[in-house]
Ligand binder design. Structure first.
Ligand code: SF4
Ligand code: SF4
Length: 441
């Protein structure tokens, strides 16, 4: 490194004590260093020297700190660079992302479901489907990729409609030389060998299925009989190898609260007993809270944020011991969720166009509509720069001085609306998280 290049400590450096050590973390590179007290003293003296003089004599240390992002060139405006990168990602229209809800109806009755009070009869009508296809055709004239997320209700209740829409999307993408793939959130109850075999044709590349623990817990929380719960688990585990082959990625989301704190362990053991340890399978705990205030809390005994963080930390260790992939390592992100992206939309069964996936079924963030007889109007309204979250900038406001901004991007953009406060879940149990990935990352 040229001596002419003066250096300064990164504004995205943090230090967290853990178990008698200090973990230094840089939010841009997501690098971490675990140091004992004498090492931390040298580290901090070196950073202080660099802050004072722009340089340090120990070349090895200097290069090391630079490579890990703990120091940067003095003229490098890190916040401006990060902010510009986020702005460019938001404005990028090369990919069109749609979350489509073919129906709000569901075949289960999860006790904690935040959509349980929504009208089950709301199923997408053919004229809306047809207009969505036209919307996609017009909206992707200059795009390279189309990504569809199928969401519900239970999307597999409308598999034949998903199939018809997918064929239309695939045709558009083939004609334009565009890439196409889909993702699906399903309760899994309708997955059987025929349905699983169809997923590859539907270009479903990732699927997420919620489980709640052992068979008894699942039956109780889904409002079904023990026999039905047993049959569901048997069938899901039987088809898991072909599901992994068809999609390439299966996420099992285990929704936990104080009533089923050990659910994650039960589910993982169940898969392990059936010899299902595929690296394309990942288990994540789901935090059942108030859905960030989108709808009223469904009565259940929620964990506090701290309790959930502890539960998750213990579950991560268990997954690693059992030889499973562990999801959730803090790393640089392009966007916090897709809501602020200009070319991302949710479409509910009546054609309401919004931005925020958990808000589907409510009026929140709905700002336009699929107009079957006036798709020009839909195109105009969805090109507005006033869409919800369009002006979201995590680098100003409540999170602006946080060292973890590049790996968190302010968490949920809804928290940054006037009158709301940021629920900083990343910092909950952070020392444990960083220490874990320092070893297992
Ligand atoms: S939510 Fe918390 S961790 Fe995330 S950027 Fe804001 S202050 Fe930082
Ligand atoms: S705005 Fe918040 S609640 Fe909505 S999709 Fe993004 S992270 Fe989720």
């Amino acid at each position: 490194m040229d001596r002419q290049v003066k250096l300064k400590p990164s504004v995205f450096n943090a230090q967290i004590p853990h178990d008698g050590k200090i973990i230094a973390f840089n939010g841009v590179i997501a690098s971490s260093l675990a140091m004992d007290a004498p090492q931390a003293r040298i580290f901090n003296e070196t950073l202080a020297e660099i802050a004072r003089t722009g340089w340090c004599e120990d070349e090895t240390l200097r290069r090391y700190l630079y490579a890990l992002g703990f120091v940067v060139a003095v003229e490098h405006d890190e916040i401006a660079v990060q902010r510009a990168a986020f702005k460019a990602v938001k404005a990028d229209t090369a990919t069109l992302r749609l979350t489509i809800v073919p129906t709000m109806a569901c075949n289960l009755h999860c006790t904690y479901c935040f959509q349980q009070d929504f009208a089950a009869s709301k199923t997408m009508q053919p004229e809306i489907e047809k207009a969505i296809i036209e919307f996609v055709r017009r909206k992707t004239e200059h795009s390279k990729t189309l990504v569809i997320q199928w969401f519900g209700g239970e999307p597999l209740l409308r598999l034949h409609r998903i199939t018809a829409m997918t064929q239309a999307f695939q045709k558009i993408c083939t004609e334009r030389g565009m890439r196409y793939y889909a993702e699906m959130l399903t309760n899994g109850a309708l997955l059987d060998p025929t349905v699983v075999a169809s997923l590859a044709k539907l270009s479903v590349r990732a699927i997420q299925i919620p489980l709640d623990g052992d068979i008894e817990t699942y039956a109780r929380r889904k409002g079904i009989s023990l026999e039905r719960a047993q049959a569901f688990h048997d069938s899901l585990l039987d088809c898991m190898p072909s599901l992994l082959e068809a999609t390439g990625s299966v996420t099992i989301r285990i929704n936990v609260d104080r009533n089923n704190p050990a659910a994650g362990y039960d589910v993982v053991r169940m898969f392990k007993q059936r010899g299902c340890c595929d690296p394309r399978l990942d288990f994540r705990l789901g935090f059942l809270n108030t859905r960030d205030g989108i709808v009223d809390c469904i009565p259940h005994d929620c964990f506090s944020s701290a309790e959930f963080a502890d539960t998750e930390a213990a579950f991560r260790r268990f997954l690693a011991e059992q030889g499973f992939r562990v999801y959730g390592e803090p790393g640089p992100r392009k966007y916090p969720c897709a809501a602020p992206l200009q070319n991302n939309f949710t479409i509910n069964p009546t054609g309401g166009i919004g931005k925020c996936v958990p808000a589907i079924g409510t009026d929140e963030s709905v700002f336009s509509q699929i107009y079957p007889n006036d798709i020009e109007r839909t195109l105009r309204e969805t090109s507005t720069t006033d869409a919800p979250y369009a002006d979201f900038d995590p680098y100003s406001g409540a999170c602006s001085s946080c060292a973890f901004l590049p790996v968190c991007l302010g968490s949920c953009p809804r928290f940054h609306a006037p009158g709301r406060s940021v629920n900083c879940s990343l910092k909950e149990g952070l020392a444990e998280t960083l220490a874990f990935y320092h070893v297992h990352g």
